[in-house]
Ligand binder design. Sequence first.
Ligand SMILES: Nc1ncnc2c1ncn2[C@@H]1O[C@H](COP(=O)(O)OP(=O)(O)O)[C@@H](O)[C@H]1O
Ligand SMILES: [Mg+2]
Length: 449
Amino acid sequence: MSKTKIKYVCSNCGYESLRWLGKCPECDSWNSFTEEIVEADKQKKITYKGNVAINSIDQISANEEERIKTRIEEFDRVLGGGLMPGSVILLGGDPGIGKSTLAMQAASNIKEKVLYVTGEESAKQIKIRANRLKIKSENFYVLAETDMSVIISGINNLSPAVVVIDSIQTMYRSELENSPGTITQIRESTALLMEEAKRNLFSVIIIGHVTKEGMIAGPKILEHIVDTVIQFEGESNHSFRILRAQKNRFGSTNEIGVFEMHEDGLTEVKNPSELFLSEREKESAGSAVTATIEGTRPILLEVQALVTPSNYGNPQRVATGFDYRRLSILLAVLEKRAGLRLSAANVFLNLAGGAKINEPAIDLSICCSIASSLLDKIVDNNTVVIGEVGLGGEIRSVGNIEKRIQEAEKLGFKKVILPKNNMKGIKNNGTIRIIPAENLSEVINILLK
Ligand SMILES: Nc1ncnc2c1ncn2[C@@H]1O[C@H](COP(=O)(O)OP(=O)(O)O)[C@@H](O)[C@H]1O
Ligand SMILES: [Mg+2]
């Protein structure tokens, strides 16, 4: 018997090396190398089969209506209108975020036959969960199995329209010597599913865990193989969850889906702005409302700042949900261009509801909330503030201004302060009052003096 050969594979990007490395030369991640067995060379002689039928593009029939609807609107939208038959979707997210819950709820909603393959729970545990989620469906089949060859036979016997694999890290191909969860197993199991899905035209939702760094284990490799990569995100101490497409061969990657996690499962949030503004304290200094764009949808959210005098040397600056460096820049602009004394103040910034935004259009609301807290003056609670703030204190124009205004109007706001340069793009004849602004001190004067 020949000696087993060992190689080391980066669990992040799949880079292979003959010796263990502390840092991956390909993707620069640390401590990501794991030992794997080099699979024996099973190269076969290539044979060319004759008589291949080739169609012209006009002869191929296809229409968009063939998509399988999960009938969870937020999910379907992110998918680009439902599941494309024959496509493979990778659903990633932190453990406990709700991937299995989402997949089960979607599976039970689908009219066609669905096979739910679980490698993490027993069929009984799945049933208990289904009871908790109040799932009832005649077309929902469960298979507790991790061996890919058994799974494929199961799929062939049942011929479902959709297969859910929960999770890919537990699955293995018995012909390979590596253990489940290794890059080789993940890649080969996915490749097999992909092949079967394209041949028999069923869709596959593959659930994948995310590593500490926020990457799906073996992401680079899987991202290239699968058709669609969807990430399920959220803060564990907040109940809302965001579904985001990172790659989509059959739809846009701009859409997001918003959900709320309850004991009996996920519910769709049709109007995220209401959710983000629901706990707003209307008469308190340090709070400002802005309109941001997530995907193609406008979302209103509350920015909160707390400014306190710093009694010891270095003042503290903490930002939750917003880039820390950007906050430092805005503080410098507030100090220099609007004359606010902030250099000796602690500044704590928070986007309410656990939102994370890196869009510059919320700059102005951040500046306003900080100024409001420092001056202890309340920002009018019927006003929405929109605009990017430049280093000169100028208010720069932002995209999608009409959508933002409409959302503010829809939620009953009376005024919106926005960049003067955006005025030409506005046709809005609604009831909301539009106040154009050119620079930061002007806005602070309007709002807080
Ligand atoms: N028995 C239960 N009662 C109420 N909520 C539960 C229960 N079990 C799980 N959950 C909720 O579901 C979440 C786990 O969701 P799950 O779909 O299993 O996540 P994932 O598959 O992403 O690891 C938990 O964080 C918790 O909020
Ligand atoms: Mg799970």
